[in-house]
Design a protein around this ligand. Structure first.
Ligand SMILES: [Zn+2]
Length: 376
């Protein structure tokens, strides 16, 4: 920066100013330049005024004109540059509409929701009503009317969570027909299975009935690889005239094909290109007779035996059977008139098998890296 020296003359000073102005890029630098040239004391203009004050009368006229021209030039140039700088500055609070937008982070559906929706959709297409039902149940609907009266040993198959303080909401109404509970039953437990919805629906509707009930159920289980105290079930019930075991087999075979068939899988495990083979094994449930467990041919090894199917070649997917006549009596249906079948399947179980997940706890740990793998 050139030392302030008015003896170089106003023309030279003006050239220096133009050069210094050209290097100004910010409002702060501009203010600094203004001070250096225009301040009352210690500036170039002030130095020229001093020089004029000390000049002889002959010199004053020429010096004064030059100094005034310089001052005017500096003022105009500073004002122009200030205007130019403020035109490029973004006004406070302004929005730059040319910036790319900030996309909100999209969530994805939970794998268990995907299975729930898929199962619901399969049965909707078959003409079933899809229900949810209360998660807090009374002993009557959860056990007694399903042919498990008090002290029935089958109750021990399901470790039940009872409520410390029984609830009796206004919406609870005792059954309007069929066998009445032996005592007024307050709502006292978290339902251990969705089967309770069979009773609720049959109490309210005459046959035919065709429903699936999907939702959470509760057992007194510790969290481990294959158990959680809360999990999801889908319950199916069909009641009408002439419903036979053949209807049960046909329905569950087509459901297995829809859930696990090759069309639903993109990986090489669909090697056979066929819908999975289904087998029915005799079993026992208090509310069905006869009862059957349903297995599908292992979808990973095709039946050759692998860790997923514990070398058996088969995967158990659900329990089923023909509705026990005693259940019909509880809800006021005539077992000589109607027959029906029922089945219950774990949603977590389907998800574990479908995607080869080995630890059920992953579904509940809310780790997005895991959950995001199952599609939107
Ligand atoms: Zn296998």
């Amino acid at each position: 920066m050139t030392t302030i020296d008015p003896s170089i003359g106003t023309d030279r000073a003006r050239a220096i100013f133009d050069e210094e102005l050209a290097g100004v890029a910010s409002a702060a630098a501009l203010q600094e330049l203004r001070n250096r040239w225009m301040a009352r004391s210690g500036s170039w203009v002030a130095a020229f005024m001093d020089l004029i004050a000390r000049a002889t009368p002959d010199q004053k006229k020429a010096l004064g004109r030059g100094a005034n021209e310089l001052k005017k030039h500096v003022e105009v140039a500073l004002a122009d540059r200030e205007a130019a700088l403020s035109a490029t500055r973004r006004p406070a609070g302004a929005v730059d509409v040319t910036l790319p937008g900030r996309a909100p982070r999209l969530g994805c559906r939970h794998p268990l929701s995907l299975v729930r929706e898929e199962v619901g959709a399969i049965f909707s297409r078959l003409g079933y009503q899809v229900l949810e039902g209360p998660e807090i149940e009374d002993d009557y609907h959860n056990f007694e009317a399903l042919n498990m009266p008090a002290e029935h040993p089958a109750r021990d198959m399901q470790d039940t969570l009872y409520l410390a303080n029984p609830l009796t909401p206004a919406s609870y109404a005792p059954p309007t027909r069929g066998l009445a509970p032996r005592a007024p039953q307050p709502l006292t437990l978290l339902r251990t299975h969705t089967s309770a919805m069979q009773i609720r629906q049959m109490e309210r509707h005459d046959p035919p009935v065709r429903l699936v009930a999907i939702g959470p159920v509760y057992r007194r289980d510790n969290l481990d690889l294959t158990h959680t105290p809360m999990f999801h079930q889908v319950e199916g019930l069909v009641v009408g005239r002439g419903i036979t075991l053949a209807d049960l087999k046909g329905t569950l075979t087509s459901m297995a094909a829809a859930l696990f068939g090759p069309a639903t899988r993109g990986d090489e495990s669909a090697r056979s290109g066929q819908a999975p083979l289904v087998r029915f094994r005799p079993s026992f449930f208090p509310y069905t007779e006869p009862s059957a467990e349903v297995d599908i041919r292992c979808i990973r090894c095709g039946g050759e035996g692998c860790p997923m199917c514990k070398r058996t070649g088969w995967l158990e997917i659900l329990g089923s059977g023909m509705v026990h006549p005693a259940v019909f009596e509880y809800v006021g249906y005539d077992p000589d008139e109607v027959t029906g079948f029922a089945f219950g399947m774990g949603i977590e179980r389907v998800a574990l098998l479908k995607w080869g997940v080995e630890d059920i706890r992953l579904f509940y740990e809310n780790d997005l890296r895991f959950l995001e793998q199952f599609g939107r």
